[in-house]
Design a protein around this ligand. Sequence first.
Ligand code: GDP
Ligand code: IMO
Ligand code: MG
Length: 436
Amino acid sequence: MPLDIIIGAQWGDEGKGRITDLLAAQADIVARYSGGDNAGHTVTVAGEIFKLHLIPSGIIHEGVTCLIGNGVVVNPAVLLKEIDALTARGVDVTPSRLKLSRNAHLITPAHIALDAASEQARGKAAIGTTKRGIGPAYTDKTARVGLRAGLLADEAYLIEALRTHIQAKNELLTRIYGVEPVAETAVITQYIEYARRLSPYLVDSSVFLDNALRNGRTILAEGAQGTFLDLDHGTYPFVTSSNPIAGGALTGLGIGPKHVRHVIGVTKAFTSRVGSGPFPTELEGEPALRLRGTGANPWDEYGTTTGRPRRVGWLDLVMLQHAIRVNGLTELVLTKLDILSGLSEIPVCTAYEYKGQQLKHYPSDLRILADCQPVYTVLPGWQEEITQAREWADLPENARQYILFVAKTAEIPVTMASVGPGRQQIVTLSPAITRH
Ligand code: GDP
Ligand code: IMO
Ligand code: MG
C-alpha cells in the first residue's frame, strides 16, 4: 500500500534511473510524475545499457507495471520510438505493462520550435534547455491551452485542437520570433497516426493508482531532473518548468500524502550540472576532467539526452540540506562513489561564505549565490578501486569515513552507496551504520 518516492537531490543525472531499477525489484508499479524527454535515465543490467527518456526505469523488471503520470509532458514521437526500441530488445512494452495518463500533456513540433526560438532570443541569458519543447508545453498547461493525452482517443477532437494550437503557435513563431512556422497538415497527419498507436495505453492514472494502493500494491515514483531544477525550489530561472521535488509526485500522480513511506534522495558523491546557471563548487580544467572523464566510459559526465559535457564540482552539503528540507527526505543514496577512488584528498562544501558571514541556508537569490564562496572540509581520499565492493566491510576506511561524514553533517541516514552503474554494484548499509 505505500508510495516510495525517488528524487534527484542536485541538478539531475544523479543516477535516479539506476536506483529506480534497483528498487523496482520490490515494487509493483513504477511511475514517472514530472518532466518529459528532457530526462535521460540510464539503467545497466548484465552489461546491457538502456537509456530511457519517458518510459519509467521499472520497465526492465518483467513483473512491474509502468505509468507515465499526469504531471509528465509527452512527445508522442519520442514515446513511440522508445516503445519500439525496447520491444526490439525483447522488453514487453504493451498496454498491459505501460500506462499513459489521459491528463498528461502532449508536446508538439510547435513547442519544440518555440523552445529553440526562445532560447535563441535570450542570447547570453539562455537557460541551456534540452530543446525538447518542455517549457512551452508546461507554459500551455498553466495558460490552460494545453493538449492533453486524452485527445488521442478522439480523432475529430484531436484534429480540431491541433489546428487551433498550431495556428496560435505559428503566429508566435513567425510574428514574434521571425522564424519558420510548423507545417499544420503534416503535424496533424503524424498525430493521427500516433493517436492510433497510443490510445490503447491511456488510463485515468489517479484511479489506476488508487486501485493499486487499495489492493496492497507498492508504488515507486521515479523523479526526473533534480531539486535544483525545480521551478519553485531550484536556481530560478535556470530551472526546468515542472516540480521534480517530492511534492510534485503527489500532484503529478494524483495521490495524497498519506500513502508516502520513503522519500529517497539520490545524490552523486560529487556534483554535476548541464546547462547554464550558478554552481558554487564547480571545478575547471584538469580537476574537472578527473571527475567528468573523457567520454571513454558510458558513465562519464556527458548528457544522456543531449550529449553535452556536464559541468562538475565537489559535493555540496549546503545544497543537500536544502534538498533534504524541501523534499522531506527520509534517506540518501550516494552514487558514483567509485569515481572518487584514487584522489588523495576530497573537498566537501559544508558552508557558504557571503560578505564575511557564513550562510546556513542555500540562498534563493542568485545574486547572493553568485557571491558565495564555498567553505570546504577536506577529507582524506582512498586509492583502492571499489567497484567490486558489496558490503560495508569491503569499502576502504576512508570511503566509509566519507559516507559517515555526509550522513553526520546532513543528519540523515545514507542507506546505499553505488560503486558502479551495474545492478549488482551497490553497497547496502544497515540503518545502524549511518543513523544519527
Ligand atoms: P539519472 O538521470 O539521474 O537517471 O542519471 P543518468 O543516467 O543521466 O546519469 C547517471 C550516469 O551514471 C549513468 O551513465 C549511469 O549508468 C551512471 N551511474 C549511476 N550510478 C553509478 C555509479 O555508482 N558509478 C558509476 N561509475 N556510474 C554510475
Ligand atoms: P534527468 O531526469 C540534467 C536541465 C537542462 C537545462 C534546464 C532546463 O536525466 O536528471 P528543459 O529542457 O527542462 O527546459 O531545460 O534543465 N535539465 C536536466 N539536466 N538532467 C535532467 O534530467 C534534466 N532535465 C532538464 O539542461 O539546464
Ligand atoms: Mg539523466
